[in-house]
Design a binder for this molecule. Structure first.
Ligand SMILES: [Mn+2]
Length: 320
């Protein structure tokens, strides 16, 4: 589908533009912010464009090599236009939130179904697998450079789980094909941002898996990473996001629970399902929330007791 308006048409008479994304930026968020930045500076040399990002995680560092991003709130600047990409609500904007709120005009580009259309203008495509896919459709393909293409490709590939989530569509693959045609080294990007993991993270993962418990009757697997284990490998709770993904890959289980401890002694639980057990309902029982197949909650103590309760809830949900 070719949109009525190109990204370039939304600029109108703007001279200064801010681009913002969401808190805890992921591949789609940074791919969208940085890809839009490169597209605008390369094709509109008179524009003054500021990309905002609160931080860039290690596995996405290659995206930032030609993007001088600003990690502040941007409260000291008033832009002609602020573009929010991949943020599902105004409250979800990370760096540059004040810049967005104070801008003369705002544009929201997103793919979240729940987006309340918080911009003056909004282009939200809920069936798109990523914001980067939406942006690729808004750009003139002839004006997308290799650098912009690398960023958008990374966003599309990351948010579609390397083209395997059910959100992946013909449009997703056509957008990726168009970007590959620009010369994107896709195998290197997938290797760097998906396959390669720091050795100490893999060792921690190995120990979590070694000590994990599989409950064959409920097809449930759970593992824990107390603070002592994280310290052993010099890791913090923010570097453990992949563990639950690995637990969820256990063939004999269709629900996975990973519990990890924070510095202050409290715990966070991540749930994943590859069947129709609604893990959002389970998280809700503990005061958390999330989606059908991915959810989370926090708790104070005793991961074994929590795992036992989760197992009982899975049994109840499966017998419904
Ligand atoms: Mn996204």
């Amino acid at each position: 589908m070719i949109p009525m308006k190109r990204l370039d048409d939304y600029l109108e008479n703007a001279k200064t533009v801010a681009i913002v994304g969401h808190v805890n930026p992921d591949g789609d968020c940074l791919g969208s912010v940085f890809g839009t930045y490169r597209y605008l500076v390369e094709n509109h040399p008179d524009l003054c464009v500021t990309p905002y990002a609160s931080f860039v995680p290690e596995y996405l560092k290659f995206l930032a090599k030609d993007v001088p991003f600003d990690d502040t709130d941007g409260e000291d600047r008033t832009y002609d236009l602020a573009i929010s990409v991949d943020a599902s609500a105004k409250e979800r904007i990370g760096a540059g939130k004040a810049a967005f709120e104070n801008a003369r005009r705002t544009l929201v580009i997103d793919h979240h179904e729940t987006n309340p259309l918080f911009g003056d203008e909004n282009y939200v495509v809920p069936k798109a697998a990523s914001a980067s896919e939406v942006l690729a459709s808004l750009m003139d393909p002839d004006k997308i450079s290799l650098s912009a293409a690398e960023k958008l490709y990374t966003g599309i590939m990351q948010d579609s789980g390397v083209f395997r989530y059910s959100s992946t569509s013909k449009e997703t693959l056509l957008a990726a094909a168009m970007l590959i045609d620009k010369g994107v080294n896709f195998s290197k990007i997938i290797e760097e941002s998906v396959i390669n993991q720091p050795y100490r993270e893999m060792k921690l993962m190995g120990e979590v898996l070694m000590n994990s418990v599989l409950c064959p009757e409920t097809k449930f697997v759970y593992g824990t990473a107390p603070i002592s284990l994280q310290k052993k490998y010099g890791l913090s709770s923010s570097e453990l996001a992949n563990v639950v993904v690995e637990l969820n890959a256990v063939k004999e289980a269709d629900v996975a629970l990973f519990m990890y401890q924070y510095e202050d002694g409290t715990w966070k639980a991540s749930l994943r399902a590859k069947c129709d057990v609604n893990v959002a309902l389970i998280a809700k029982e503990f005061g958390g929330g999330g989606h059908l197949r991915a959810s989370g909650f926090s708790f104070e103590r005793d991961p074994e007791a929590v795992a036992g309760k989760v197992r009982d809830l899975i049994r109840t949900l499966k017998n419904k």
